[in-house]
Design a protein around this ligand. Structure first.
Ligand SMILES: [Zn+2]
Ligand SMILES: [Zn+2]
Ligand SMILES: [Zn+2]
Length: 481
């Protein structure tokens, strides 16, 4: 397939304007405002570093102290993780109840779809390992899960999900009630009305598959999602970025029209400057096109590199065509170019963007395990068969990918002074950065993108995927030796 996207040809000047970094004073202002909005004011983004941007301490931090909490600009739970964790579509907090979380896990496990699936017939003893998802025998297992001879009936699983059956001590782990998508798609749920409204206004109003949208758009959207799930679920995140930018554009345009009264409907200069403004948060994150920046997998030989990269480009092109059918907007046409799409997808590959939220289900089972003598025995009579059936699935976290505007400005060091770390009360998708040792005012705050305990050469190899060679103190010392 020839990947020639007509939009790339038609809007070349607009696309190159979008891909240019904003002027440094605008970038500085953007980050200053962002920090002022966040609950942590002890840091500053500086633009003069050797690596472009860096985060610096503007206050002293003690060992273990919170340096920064960074909100998600755009994020998404991995498709395969959705069966194990039922979370808010906006802040990624677990929702529903312990019973609902467990019931869903068992239900999907029974259907052979969960990421830690095994078929009951496959597991005859306690030591048995779960089979991987590719081996899952879809459809052959019923929704009743058994392990070690104990069967959990479908009825049991349904009453857990339906809320008729309460587990002992689950009230100590209460979760927010699921609030459905205001558009009525029945696919997205939230921890609160405010999260639902935020997501609707930010991007979901364009990506909602409810009956209210045009049937042709709905069909295209579901094809797009299916394609992403089969190939690379980062495409879903890229769609969110495009939806977010076009919605920001619309609201900037509305404000602008109000301000000036009326303008000629096709004022291209004004429209482009509004589009650039809407795009700004994203423009500070991307670096390279996806098919150019991704590291060559080990099973691809060097001589096949060009073919491999072309295949990625074709995949992105296919995905973009489906997205265009679903949500194309004439005034934001440059956003639907392959060039822009490639850069957005690349942004999520090149930054350190794991989204992780610990599971309250794991906490629940640990709590029961910690109970004294007879209360434990009574509780375990109910929970033990469930735990056996879940196997290691009981502790699966919410996992996804997200873009954190401030965390993504943090440079790497193999002897970092801070790290991303969730404390017990950090229960949503925000990034939390904690000091690993005392940090002085003016010192750069660094985190490690990789396992910093690996040998020198291995570290450099991994860091090459991020596009640089590390020259931190540790690397300089080890290189000298
Ligand atoms: Zn939420
Ligand atoms: Zn919806
Ligand atoms: Zn280093």
């Amino acid at each position: 397939m020839a990947c020639i996207c007509p939009i790339d040809l038609q809007f070349a000047p607009e696309i190159s304007a979008l891909l240019q970094s904003p002027p440094s004073h605008e970038t500085q202002e953007y980050f200053d405002n962002l920090i002022a909005e966040r609950p942590c004011h002890g840091v500053k983004v500086k633009l003069d570093g050797e690596l472009g941007k860096g985060v610096y301490a503007d206050a002293e931090f003690k060992d273990g102290e919170l340096v920064l909490k960074d909100q998600i600009l755009v994020g998404s739970q991995h498709s395969t993780n959705k069966m194990d964790c039922f979370v808010c579509g906006s802040c990624f907090r677990f929702i529903g109840s312990i019973e609902l979380q467990i019931g869903r896990k068992l239900y999907f496990k029974g259907l052979g779809a969960s990421s830690s699936n095994h078929c009951p017939s496959d597991s005859s003893d306690e030591e048995d390992n779960s089979c991987a998802i590719e081996d899952a025998n879809l459809g052959e297992c019923s929704a009743s899960v058994s392990k070690g001879g104990i069967a959990l009936s479908q009825e049991f699983i349904e009453s857990l999900m339906g809320g008729q059956l309460l587990l002992p001590y689950s009230e100590k782990f209460s979760l927010p009630s699921p609030c459905p998508c205001p558009g009525g798609c029945g696919e997205e749920f939230y921890c609160s009305k405010s999260c639902a409204d935020i997501d609707w206004e930010t991007c979901h109003s364009l990506l909602c598959s409810s009956e209210k949208s045009k049937p042709s758009c709905r069909r295209a959207l579901s094809k797009f999602v299916e394609h992403a799930n089969d190939t690379n679920d980062i495409f879903i995140l890229a769609a969110k970025v495009i939806a977010m930018t076009s919605l920001r554009y619309k609201s900037l345009k509305e404000a602008h029209l109000k301000e000036v009264g009326s303008i000629a409907p096709r004022d291209a200069t004004v429209n482009l400057s509004l589009l650039l403004e809407a795009w700004k948060p994203v423009s500070l994150g991307y670096k390279k096109r996806w098919w150019d920046c991704i590291a060559l997998p080990e099973d691809v030989e060097n001589c096949n590199e060009a073919v491999f990269r072309l295949q990625l480009k074709e995949l992105a092109f296919e995905s973009l065509q489906l997205l265009k059918e679903a949500i194309f907007d004439e005034e934001c046409a440059p956003l639907f170019s392959l060039e822009i799409y490639g850069h957005i997808v690349g942004m999520f590959e090149l930054n350190n963007l794991d989204l992780v939220v610990a599971s309250p289900v794991e906490d629940y089972f640990l709590y029961v395990d910690d109970l004294p003598g007879s209360p434990k025995k009574a509780a375990e009579a109910v929970t033990r068969p469930i735990l056996d059936a879940l196997d290691d699935g009981y502790s699966i976290c919410c996992e996804g990918t997200a873009f954190f505007p401030l965390q993504s400005c943090m440079n790497h060091s193999c002897c970092p002074n801070a790290k991303a770390f969730k404390r017990d009360n950090d229960r949503d998708g925000q990034a939390t950065i904690i000091a690993l040792r005392p940090i002085q005012i003016g010192e750069e705050v660094t985190i490690s993108y990789i396992d910093e305990d690996l040998p020198y050469e291995e570290r450099q190899k991994l860091l090459a995927d991020y596009g640089f060679r590390c020259k931190c103190r540790k690397c300089l010392e080890e290189k000298a030796n």
